[in-house]
Every structure is written in C-alpha cells, then in structure tokens.
Design a protein around this ligand. Structure first.
Ligand SMILES: [Zn+2]
Length: 317
C-alpha cells in the first residue's frame, strides 16, 4: 500500500510540476493557505473560522460514504498540497497513516487529529443490535466509536483544535480567529441549549434507529436511551429478520411515533418497521458528508443540527 502510494505521489508531483511549468515556468505560490478536511463537519467548521483567510476543501467528495472510501490519485495530490490537514483519526480513516507515511517528512502538512483531544466512547453492542463490520479486530482490543463530533462538548473542542491549527498557519491572524471561535461556539451553544430544552420538555426518552448508529455520543450527552439495528455505522449489511422484529416490538411496546435513518440510507430496515407499526421515518444527519446538491447549495453543519433538532422533537413527542 505504501509503495503504491509513494509511486502515485511521485507521478502526481511530476505531473503537477509539468503542468505548472507549461503554464508559468515555475510552480506558483498559493495566495492563501490550503486547508484540507476529511469530513463535512471539519470542513464546515474550518471554513466558518477561516472565512476568506484560507482555501478550505473537503477531501471526500460530497455524497461519499466515509466507511467505503478509498484514497484516489486526485485526493492524494490535494492532501499532499495541503498546509493544514484536518481528520478525525478513527477506524474509517486508517488510510491517513499510509498517506502520511508516503510523504517525505518535510512535505507533510500540519495535521490535527480530532480524536487526540476528544472525549472518547467505546462502541456499544446492545440487545437486538447487529454488530457492524469494520475490518479485522483483535478480540481483546477495545473498539472506539469514531463519531466524536456528534457530542456538543467534543464539537467545541474540535472548533478549538481547528482554530489552533489555523493560528499556527497564520500567527498574524490570531485575534481575528479567536473572535470567530468565540462567535462559533456561542452559535453552537444556542443550538445545544435548544436540544437540552427539547429533551427536558419531551414525553419520551428513547430513540429508535432502524439503521446504522453514529449518534452514541449525542444520546449519551443528552441522557437519552436508544435501540439501533447496528452498532456504529461502519458497514452496509442488511438487517436480519430478528433485528427488524426486535425493533418492531420496541416501537409497539413503547408507543414510539418515529424511527430514524441516517443520510444515504437505503431505508429498507426502517420501511419494514414502519410497515408493521405505522410509525414515521425521520432522518438524522450525521455530518459525515452531504449530497452534492446540498454541498453546492452551501449547507452548513449548524443547519443540519437544526434539522436534526426538529426530527428529535417529533420522535420524543
Ligand atoms: Zn460513521
């Protein structure tokens, strides 16, 4: 893998050098630092903080399932060109280690791994849940849930980490970036308050995910209970009849009005549960990615959080 990546990088560097040569004779310097983020939440937070000060890009093309992603030649070239590289550092981003290993040390961008500073939860496998597939694991090794950003506490920390990374690139902009960080945290703080008020005023305490489950951090933080078809969200396996039956029973016994799917879901499990119970199907957006159309429209992560809040209110009654 490393050898292939090294070869790919070598070809990219030569190709890039040739292109620049034909255009300008020398590789033109960037007028702004290039910030490359692996997922949508990091991308959106970075562009909100950096604004006009940096060129912020999302590495995984919109609509890509992060758990199915494989590094491409174009993405490798973009990452190699980055001044700041933002990533979560969970299981689905194992490829980042290979990417960095393929670069000469002096060519590696400044990198911020969010799981280094986040409060981490272990993955849970509860009654009724099918275990998600996520590669080969040591039986004794604890598995950590990588969706750290779905906790508000971690989201503030992520914004701080990104701000620190930007300040390292642009020390003369430290004050501006600090002001933007304060504004961003205040905006997210208002959304968090609305989530907590919604939960406090709710009749129910249990959410049902007839799908993969990237919201462990959110439910723990809000003091909610949950049932889910799969632990974590690392694969697209089909729900078994036993899983569907388990969820149908819970929805009926507890009078739950709606079950959740996540973005890019095929919805099959939820549709089976809805057919049996008459419940509604709602979407919770994890923030891994957005559709190409949403991306083009400039949608933001706080907007996704607001959409999720409305869905939670419906489900909690
Ligand atoms: Zn996921």
């Amino acid at each position: 893998m490393r050898k292939i990546l090294s070869l790919i990088l070598a070809i990219v560097f030569v190709a890039t050098a040739l292109l620049s040569c034909t255009e300008t004779g020398i590789k033109s310097p960037k007028d702004k630092p290039l910030v490359v983020a692996t997922n949508f939440v990091l991308y959106d937070t970075a562009r909100t903080l950096a604004g006009e000060l940096a060129d912020v890009r999302m590495l995984l093309p919109p609509g890509t399932d992060a758990h199915e992603y494989e590094l491409t030649l174009a993405d490798t070239a973009l990452a190699a060109d980055a001044d700041l590289f933002l990533y979560i550092g969970g299981e689905s981003e194992d490829w980042v280690d290979d990417l960095f290993a393929s670069m000469r040390e002096e060519d590696r961008p400044l990198a911020c791994r969010m799981m280094d500073d986040a409060v981490i939860q272990s993955e849970e496998v509860r009654e009724g849940m099918q275990e998600a597939e996520g590669g080969i694991h040591d039986e004794d090794e604890e598995e950590y849930d990588e969706h750290v950003w779905t906790s508000f506490e971690n989201l503030y920390g992520i914004a701080e980490q990104i701000c620190a990374g930007l300040q390292a690139l642009m020390p003369d902009r430290t004050d501006t970036l600090n002001e933007r960080l304060i504004d961003y945290k205040a905006m997210i703080g208002e959304i968090e308050d609305d989530y907590r008020a919604a939960v406090d005023g709710a009749r129910r305490r249990t959410l049902v995910f007839a799908d993969r489950f990237p919201f462990l951090y959110l439910v723990k933080e809000l003091g909610l209970d949950y049932y889910a078809a799969f632990s974590g969200c690392s694969s697209n396996v089909e729900a078994s009849l036993a899983t569907i039956h388990f969820l149908v029973t819970k929805v009926q016994d507890e009078g739950i009005p709606a079950v959740f799917i996540i973005e890019f879901s095929d919805g099959k499990c939820a549709e089976a549960v809805a057919r049996e119970t008459g419940c509604e199907i709602l979407t919770l957006y994890s923030g891994h990615s957005v559709t190409p159309e949403e991306f083009a429209s400039g949608i933001t992560y706080p907007e996704l959080l607001r959409r999720n809040l409305e869905a939670l209110k419906k489900a909690l009654g």
